[in-house]
Ligand binder design. Structure first.
Ligand SMILES: *Cc1c(COP(=O)(O)O)cnc(C)c1O
Length: 221
């Protein structure tokens, strides 16, 4: 059975500008699906679980850029530190310290994004604007030369209310622009998923994380 993965990718590509990075979110999807996307030219893939990334990494082409987009526990950083391309989900200093430690062991500088909580939902993860600013101005960061804070990631409320989501994306873009003036490494604003990436791009996203619109609905068993 032929799949629509390449067709879906090309459709999304036709909608977005070249300066917007598309991360194909392959969580729960088999290696064969990732290969199809790879053969269609896709190189950036996002996983939300360390174990799944560990399973997929060794059996797929080595020029894939792996993005960790889900919650990351400190004791699991070591497994992905040798190769992870960008960690989108950093929300505390302790985790940054561990990433720095493992990056040093691997003689790398690991780029990370700070995850900011913009949704009006009881999600456990993500920092407030105030917490992020406090972290960015912390003198401790000077002691973490093997991480590079490259921008922000956020998820809007899962609501049919587009005005609400627009407002949330907009607030994150304003915060990003403010920080970008002070922190020259700030490059990526990761926001937008299958259901809302056109809105996120309108509001200034330059990195979108799209899963089901490329690979089809996920089945959780
Ligand atoms: C699953 C996931 C996505 C992709 O979701 P879709 O709605 O399938 O596009 C994006 N970002 C994060 C953090 C995710 O966990």
């Amino acid at each position: 059975m032929s799949s629509d993965i390449c067709k879906n990718l090309n459709e999304i590509r036709s909608e977005i500008d070249d300066n917007i990075q598309l991360v194909a979110v392959s969580k729960t999807k088999p290696v064969e699906a990732i290969k199809e996307a790879y053969d269609c030219g896709q190189r950036d893939f996002g996983e939300n679980k360390v174990q799944e990334m560990r399973d997929k990494y060794p059996v797929l082409p080595s020029d894939i850029r792996w993005h960790l987009i889900g919650h990351l526990q400190r004791n699991k950083v070591k497994y992905i530190a040798p190769y992870v391309h960008l960690i989108h989900s950093v929300d505390n200093l302790k985790l940054l310290r561990e990433i720095n430690k493992q990056a040093l062991k691997n003689k790398r500088i690991i780029p990370v994004l700070l995850q900011i909580k913009i949704a009006q939902e009881d999600t456990k993860y993500g920092m407030s604007f105030e917490e992020a600013e406090e972290l960015l101005h912390s003198s401790e960061l000077d002691e973490l030369p093997n991480i590079k804070i490259s921008g922000l990631m956020g998820m809007a409320t899962n609501t049919p209310d587009a005005a609400q989501r627009k407002k949330e994306f907009h607030s994150l873009k304003l915060f990003f622009d403010k920080l970008k003036k002070q922190f020259p490494d700030f490059t990526y604003l990761s926001m937008g998923m299958s259901g809302d990436y056109p809105l996120a791009i309108e509001e200034g996203s330059n990195m979108i994380r799209v899963g089901s619109k490329i690979f089809g609905e996920r089945k959780y068993t």
